[in-house]
Design a protein around this ligand. Structure first.
Ligand SMILES: [Mg+2]
Length: 373
C-alpha cells in the first residue's frame, strides 16, 4: 500500500459562546486544518488539528497548511502509510518544530491503519485500557454571574471537574472563583467535585504566591500554568512552596520539556496534548517519562473539533491517565461540525466505536486548499 494523494482542507468551527483566557485573547472560531491521505487500495485516513494555536505553539492555520503543502505532502507521496515510525522520524528530519502539521500526519496515518486493519486506532496503540473519560469543564473569562451560570450548567450536565480561567484581574477572579465554589456547595457536591483554576501563564511567581493564599481556603485543588511556559525555575519554586498542586501545561511542548520538568521536580502534574507533542507517538513518550517519575498526567486539547478530539480519545483509551480535558468540542454545535457526533454522558466522553478513529467526515463541507497527487 502507498500514499497516492494528500488533500489539505480548512474549516472554521464557530464557537458558541466564544472563549477568552489569559493568553488566548478572545477566540471566536477554531480554525481547523483537516488532512485526507488516500492510498492505491482505496483506504483513506483523516485528521484534524487546531490551526490557530498562536498563543501556545506559534502555529497559524496558514503556517500549518504551508508546511503540509510544500514540505510534508511532497515527501509523503508514494510512502507506505503503515510505517508511522519511519514517517515520524523523517518528518522530524525534514523540519524542526511545526508540531500541528506533524500531528496532522500522525493522526491521519493512525486512522488509515485502523481502517486498513479494521480495528479501532486505540488497538494499534497497544489496546483499550479505558473507554470513557471524565472530563473537566472550563469557565472562561466573564462576569461573576457568568461564572455562576456556567458552573451550574456543568454540574447539572454531570461534570465533576470544574476549572475556572483566571488572569490579571485579581479582585474579579477572587469573586468568580468564590462564586463557582458557592455553586458547588449549593449542589451539595463539595466532596465530589475537583475544583481547579488555570492561569494560562498569566502571573509572576509573587502574584501566584498571593493567589495561592487566596484560593487555598476556597478548596482549589490545583493551579494550572501559573507562570510563563519557559519559566521552569518559577514553576519549580511554586511547586515546592505551594500547598496547592501545580500543573504544567504550556511548559510541556516537547518530550524534552517533560523530561526536564520531571527531572527537575518542577510540577505536580503534567498536562499533555497531541498538538503540542507533534504526534501521538511523542505523547506516549511523554507519558512514559511522567510514569517513570510518578508524575500524574492530564490528557487534554486546545479546544478542537470532534475529529481531533477522537484522536485524543484513542490515545487516552490506550493509556492509564486519570485526568482529561476533552470537553472543548461542545462549544461547537454538532450541526456546525463537519464530523460525526461524539457521545457525552454525565460529564464522560466516550471512545467512538468502529475502525480507525471511529468518526466520519462530511468532506463536501470542507474547503480544499491544496491537493497533491
Ligand atoms: Mg491549561
Amino acid at each position: 500500500m502507498n500514499i497516492t494523494s494528500v488533500d489539505i482542507y480548512r474549516y472554521d468551527l464557530p464557537l458558541s459562546p466564544p472563549f477568552t483566557h489569559a493568553s488566548s485573547g478572545t477566540v471566536t472560531h477554531l480554525k481547523e486544518v483537516y488532512v485526507k491521505l488516500s492510498t492505491n487500495t482505496g483506504i483513506v485516513g483523516w485528521s484534524e488539528v487546531r490551526g490557530n494555536c498562536e498563543y501556545v505553539t506559534g502555529d497559524t492555520p496558514e503556517r500549518v497548511v504551508a508546511v503540509l503543502q510544500h514540505i510534508v505532502a511532497p515527501y509523503l507521496l508514494g510512502k507506505d502509510p503503515l510505517q508511522r515510525n519511519a514517517i515520524n522520524r523523517d518528518l522530524d528530519r525534514l523540519i524542526l518544530g511545526n508540531s500541528a502539521a506533524k500531528a496532522a500526519i500522525d493522526i491521519a496515518l493512525l486512522d488509515l491503519a485502523g481502517r486498513h486493519y479494521e480495528t479501532p486506532a486505540a488497538q494499534l496503540l497497544g489496546g483499550i485500557v479505558q473507554s470513557s473519560f471524565a472530563s473537566d469543564a472550563t469557565i472562561a473569562f466573564g462576569t461573576v454571574e457568568q461564572a455562576k451560570q456556567e458552573a451550574s450548567n456543568y454540574l447539572q450536565a454531570g461534570f465533576r471537574v470544574l476549572k475556572v480561567r483566571v488572569g490579571p484581574d485579581r479582585a474579579l477572579d477572587l469573586k468568580r472563583v468564590t462564586a463557582a465554589k458557592e455553586v458547588i456547595e449549593q449542589f451539595g457536591l463539595s466532596q465530589d467535585v475537583l475544583f481547579c483554576v488555570d492561569a494560562n501563564q498569566g502571573w509572576s511567581v509573587k502574584e501566584a504566591a498571593l493567589r495561592i493564599a487566596q484560593y487555598k481556603p476556597l478548596g482549589v485543588e490545583w493551579i494550572e500554568q501559573p507562570v510563563p511556559a519557559d519559566h521552569i525555575a518559577g514553576l519549580k519554586t511554586l511547586k515546592h512552596m505551594s500547598s496547592i498542586p501545580i500543573v504544567a501545561d504550556e511548559s510541556c511542548k516537547s518530550v524534552a520539556d517533560v523530561a526536564r520538568i520531571a527531572a527537575e521536580d518542577a510540577a505536580d502534574i503534567v498536562h499533555l496534548k497531541i498538538v503540542k507533542a507533534g504526534s501521538i507517538a511523542k505523547l506516549q513518550q511523554m507519558m512514559g517519562i511522567a510514569d517513570a517519575f510518578h508524575l500524574p498526567v492530564m490528557l487534554g486539547q486546545m479546544d478542537e473539533g470532534r475529529l481531533a478530539t477522537a484522536a485524543l480519545l484513542h490515545a487516552a483509551a490506550a493509556s492509564s491517565a486519570k485526568h482529561f480535558e476533552v470537553w472543548g468540542f461542545q462549544r461547537v454545535k454538532a450541526e456546525d461540525d463537519p464530523v460525526s457526533a461524539l457521545v457525552v454522558e454525565n460529564g464522560r466522553v466516550h471512545l467512538p466505536a468502529g475502525p480507525g478513529l471511529g468518526v466520519e467526515v462530511d468532506e463536501h463541507r470542507l474547503c480544499n486548499v491544496a491537493s497533491l497527487s
